[in-house]
Ligand binder design. Structure first.
Ligand SMILES: Nc1ncnc2c1ncn2[C@@H]1O[C@H](COP(=O)(O)OP(=O)(O)OP(=O)(O)O)[C@@H](O)[C@H]1O
Length: 229
């Protein structure tokens, strides 16, 4: 396991159902993603992009194989840790197509909710949240309700929320799908900056050709295996 590796997947298999209802989604996928890399994951609908992301994110249990996150073997034919939620909280930030911000909380409260649930004090959570909002250039919106923000601004808040626990890995599922061209590019540029400045590995599922030039590598699911372009 290299020191620079953020994600390593070996012989990963995922099937849903069995017998007549067996769906083979991933068959023997192996790949490695380095810290600081932004990788686009592209494949046709139903090919298994979300399933792959959710296995790496310790949400969906694989059928077999190995998953390493940094130096930790988190899955080897079974979850290796008793508490997969803890791994998720400590190592991973998720960003989705719909930002899933809570409409009746302001921007700052949305970002500090999870760290506070993880026993970070309100003061420390707010200091970190303000740092992130400054970094993402929306600190002037800290006390606004999310309903008062544009789609692109809300997606930045969702990025700040994903970063609030200092994750080693960000998993993004079509983070720019709801945005127009300029805002989509601004969000991917932001992710690229985070990856290189904070040494975070980012996998982003996308159907959006506009963001591919900003990614370091393009990963595809082809014949149930992973290939790089
Ligand atoms: N819980 C489940 N039970 C059974 N089959 C499932 C389940 N979740 C996903 N699948 C199947 O696994 C395959 C991959 O689904 P997945 O959602 O990962 O694809 P995707 O590439 O993300 O698709 P899209 O681009 O449409 O979001 C599909 O055939 C889907 O029907």
């Amino acid at each position: 396991m290299s020191k620079h590796s953020a994600i390593k997947v070996k012989d990963l298999v995922k099937h849903f159902g069995k017998d007549d209802n067996l769906v083979r989604v991933i068959e023997g996928a192996s790949f490695e993603i380095q810290k600081g890399e932004v990788v686009a994951l592209i494949a046709p609908s139903g090919a298994g992009k979300t399933t792959l992301l959710m296995m790496i994110g310790c949400v969906t249990e694989p059928t077999s194989g190995e998953i390493w996150l940094g130096e930790d073997l988190v899955y080897k034919n079974k979850w290796m840790a008793k508490d997969t939620r803890k791994i998720r909280r400590e190592k991973i930030g998720f960003i989705f197509q719909s930002h899933y911000l809570i409409p009746f909380l302001n921007v700052l409260e949305n970002i500090t909710l999870l760290p506070q649930a993880n026993d970070v004090s309100q003061k420390d959570a707010q200091i970190k949240a303000m740092e992130l909002l400054k970094y993402l250039e929306i600190d002037d919106k800290a006390h606004n309700m999310t309903s008062q923000l544009s789609g692109g601004q809300n997606q930045r808040v969702a990025i700040a929320r994903a970063l609030a626990n200092n994750p080693e890995i960000i998993l993004a599922d079509e983070p720019t799908a709801a945005l127009d061209g300029e805002r989509a590019v601004s969000v991917i540029k932001m992710l690229k900056k985070i990856a290189s400045e904070q040494n975070v590995a980012i996998i982003t599922v996308t159907h959006d050709d506009r963001i591919l030039p900003y990614c370091d590598r393009i990963m595809k699911i082809q014949d149930r295996a992973i290939v790089f372009e």
